[in-house]
Design a protein around this ligand. Structure first.
Ligand SMILES: [Zn+2]
Length: 106
């Protein structure tokens, strides 16, 4: 239980560090207008990749914050859907999940 919290906090710190890097990457692109077309095309592709990575990281971060909040409220291992206890093995694999395997399938 406390392991899971520590794990989530580590994940959260990693994600925040990643998001800082993505934001730095996006800000550096502002001065990119002078590059030739081919370089810009590659750059645009990179931006799109970083954009989708950033979106992914943000939604993962939101999920982790949510799971941590539920742990803080003392319901971290209860399913949000049905209120049953989430299988500890599932929590080991997906520490940020807040639903049991049955509810996740719905
Ligand atoms: Zn459930």
């Amino acid at each position: 239980m406390s392991n899971r919290k520590a794990e989530l906090e580590t994940l959260r710190a990693d994600l925040k560090a990643r998001l800082t890097k993505y934001e730095a990457h996006q800000q550096r692109q502002d001065g990119a207008l002078e590059k030739d077309f081919e370089e810009q095309a590659v750059q645009t592709q990179n931006d799109e990749v970083v954009d989708s990575l950033e979106t992914e990281a943000r939604s993962e971060l939101a999920q982790i914050e949510h799971a941590l909040q539920r742990i803080a409220e003392g319901v971290g291992d209860e399913c949000e859907g049905c209120g049953e206890e989430i299988d500890p093995r599932r929590l080991q694999v997906l520490p940020y999940t807040t639903v049991c395997v049955d509810c996740a399938e719905d």
